[in-house]
Design a protein around this ligand. Structure first.
Ligand code: NAP
Length: 307
């Protein structure tokens, strides 16, 4: 049986939760559909130091506060792994993997991004046996051990700094000789004795002893020389891909799979919006995600009410 709403928000990260606050306070019958815990990437982030008004907080706490706020004005929180969104004119249909189907006058897609995998031998079979994409979740398992972080962006460097609290040593492997991360976090890892940077190398293979990860084989980009680092933990942080497979039928994505939206966060299909990391944009931050959510919800409200 289909359930009807004014607005369905797909994803309960910062963008979705911000949209939920704006829409439900405006009086729209609103639901957030989420396939995991609320908070999105916040729940996997050790420290947030750029949320205005709070100099430093941990991601899980901010996620929890946002979630409480996002459901305080009547918005529902529903479990659902969305597999398709269809445009039926006045109504949009949202189909979930378990067969549940929802109808809404507007949809805000705030499904964020998924961690990119290295796609090298030894990676997939060692997930949970030393390969992890979440330092906050798994870092404490590597107390006094050596770990390797792959990537030179904000995520890699921030999570390497977090891992250095537990690990004996953290190697950061980057394929160029410069980082992509903000200068402030580069400075902090460079003054951290436990962190060792390995520039101009790419990972070739993850090694294991049949039970757990035992090392990683790297190759020097210039000389092609191969080196093995003995370690028990490997944390790839090499970027993200948008979680938009359920929109492929709608022609609202760019070549990389990010949603194309206008200044109202609306796609070319009336009533279908995108907000947060899932849209094509330059700056992916908690503040920009919440900004998008507010804009999308406000515009959806005007559209639904014919203002
Ligand atoms: P990112 O900024 O795209 O960085 C990805 C890193 O992985 C780069 O160093 C890249 O190297 C490397 N890489 C990519 N593919 C690789 C491969 N196959 N093998 C080895 N290395 C590879 O990704 P991110 O750190 O996940 O950040 C995503 C977005 O979220 C960014 O916009 C970022 O600013 C934002 N973010 C912000 C914060 C914050 O403000 N505190 C925190 C986390 C994330 P190259 O540089 O050589 O391409």
């Amino acid at each position: 049986m289909e359930r009807q709403y004014d607005l369905i928000i797909i994803g309960a990260g910062p963008a979705g939760m911000s949209a939920s606050i704006y829409a439900s306070r405006a009086g729209l019958k609103t639901a957030m559909l989420e396939m995991g815990a609320p908070g999105g990437k916040l729940t996997k982030t050790a420290e947030i130091a750029n949320w205005p008004g709070i100099k430093g907080t941990d991601g899980a706490q901010l996620a929890s506060d946002m979630f409480e706020h996002s459901t305080a004005f009547g918005s529902e929180y529903l479990y659902g792994n969305v597999i398709q969104v269809s445009d039926e004119g006045t109504y949009k249909s949202i189909l979930c993997e378990d067969g549940a189907c929802y109808q809404a006058k507007a949809v805000i897609v705030a499904s964020g991004t998924q961690e990119r995998m290295l796609q090298i031998p030894g990676e997939e079979e060692n997930i949970g046996r030393g390969v992890s994409y979440c330092a906050v979740c798994d870092g404490a398992f590597f107390k006094n051990q050596e770990v390797v972080v792959i990537g030179g962006g904000n995520s890699a460097l921030e999570e390497a700094a977090y891992l250095s609290q537990f690990a004996a040593k953290v190697h950061i492997v980057i394929r160029r000789d410069v980082f992509r991360a903000d200068q402030i976090i580069q400075d902090s890892i460079q003054s951290n004795d436990k962190i060792h940077v390995i520039p101009k190398h790419i990972p070739l293979r993850i090694l294991d002893d049949g039970m757990r990860v035992s090392g990683i084989l790297l190759q020097n980009i210039d000389t092609k020389e191969e080196t093995t680092i003995a370690c028990h933990g490997i944390f790839p942080y090499i970027g993200q891909d948008p979680a938009t497979s359920f929109l492929r039928n709608l022609d609202v994505l760019n070549e990389q799979g990010y949603m194309i939206v206008n200044e109202n966060c609306e796609t070319k299909i009336k009533g279908i919006y995108g907000a947060g990391d899932v849209i094509h944009k330059q700056l992916r931050q908690v503040v920009t995600a919440t900004n998008d959510g507010a804009i999308a919800a406000q515009h959806a409200f005007h559209q639904i009410k014919g203002i």
